[in-house]
Design a protein around this ligand. Structure first.
Ligand SMILES: C[C@@]1(CC(=O)O)c2cc3[nH]c(cc4nc(cc5[nH]c(cc(n2)[C@H]1CCC(=O)O)[C@@](C)(CC(=O)O)[C@@H]5CCC(=O)O)C(CC(=O)O)=C4CCC(=O)O)c(CCC(=O)O)c3CC(=O)O
Ligand SMILES: NC(=O)C1=CN([C@@H]2O[C@H](COP(=O)(O)OP(=O)(O)OC[C@H]3O[C@@H](n4cnc5c(N)ncnc54)[C@H](O)[C@@H]3O)[C@@H](O)[C@H]2O)C=CC1
Length: 209
């Protein structure tokens, strides 16, 4: 069996992270980007987690895990260094909750891919648990191919698409035009501005507004 990639909306969802070590810190870094409502259960926490706790970005319960700690959780990150504790967290998890078991992936039902963002572009890599370090290596390779330039480029593609969709061009022409924007030459800011100027002047389809 192989896991299916999904992008997930976690804004204000209850996420419980059991354990406050290095892996928990890595998860927090990703989850805060999604606006999750995070509670960390751990007697001690890494500096990076403390930083976010002091800023009010997450809750911290300074204690050992107890089964009621995962009540009402949407996503649970099982990240202690004690396999017996990890086991009891999984057992206490509500039915249908998402579980990321960092020490034994098979015991959970969601995995975190290696990923990076360029504005609206997200590139995630998974090896289905075979080699997380290969994922990291591939991520570094792709970071050079999809450089910082892509951040503005994605905004350009987004805005152009809105304008093209509102134009009187038929669907076929719209699709062709959108495809043309994938030419590397549009990574150039000047070319983007010229194109936007042109798209802005296209007659609009009044029915679509
Ligand atoms: C299945 C998965 C489930 C999940 O955690 O979601 C999982 C599972 C496990 N990882 C383990 C070990 C390590 N993981 C890393 C690093 C990363 N691990 C990540 C994801 C995943 N790890 C998911 C699969 C993703 C995929 O298939 O690629 C990354 C990509 C993303 C992230 O963590 O955010 C992140 C890179 C961050 C980045 O660069 O972006 C390192 C290196 C390091 O820490 O520097 C080591 C030590 C070296 C080694 O063992 O390889 C162990 C053994 C633990 C033990 O020995 O006890 C297990 C448990 C098992 O194999 O069952
Ligand atoms: N998925 C991944 O990417 C990786 C997974 N791992 C696995 O993840 C585990 C955790 O790794 P690290 O974060 O580096 O460990 P760590 O040793 O830095 O942190 C462990 C944390 O668990 C907490 N803890 C221990 N007992 C607890 C309890 N009863 N209740 C609540 N919290 C408790 C500790 O206070 C500590 O904060 C490792 O044992 C290893 O098996 C390790 C590296 C990468």
């Amino acid at each position: 069996m192989t896991a299916v990639p999904l992008m997930i909306e976690l804004r204000e969802q209850n996420v419980v992270i059991v354990g406050g070590g290095h892996v928990a810190e890595r998860r927090i870094h990703s989850l805060l980007q999604g606006g999750a409502s995070i509670t960390v259960i751990s007697p001690v926490i890494e500096e990076g987690i403390r930083f976010h706790w002091e800023k009010g970005n997450l809750k911290w319960k300074k204690k050992y895990f107890e089964s009621h700690d995962v009540d009402g959780a949407f996503l649970i990150v099982v990240a202690t260094n004690d396999s017996m504790v990890n086991e009891s967290v999984i057992e206490a998890s509500p039915p249908n909750s998402l579980i990321n078991a960092v020490a034994e992936a098979d015991k959970g039902n969601v995995e975190f891919p290696a990923f990076f963002r360029r504005g609206k572009l997200t590139i995630g890599i998974s090896t289905n648990g075979a080699s997380p370090q290969l994922s990291t290596k591939i991520k570094r390779d792709l970071q050079t191919v999809y450089s910082e330039k892509y951040e503005d480029y994605l905004d350009f593609l987004f805005e152009s698409r809105q304008l093209i969709k509102k134009s009187t061009f038929d669907k076929m022409h719209q699709k062709l035009l959108l495809k043309e924007l994938l030419s590397d030459s549009f990574l150039d800011k000047n070319k983007q501005m010229k194109a936007m100027n042109w798209f802005g002047k296209l007659p609009k389809n009044e029915i679509m507004g």
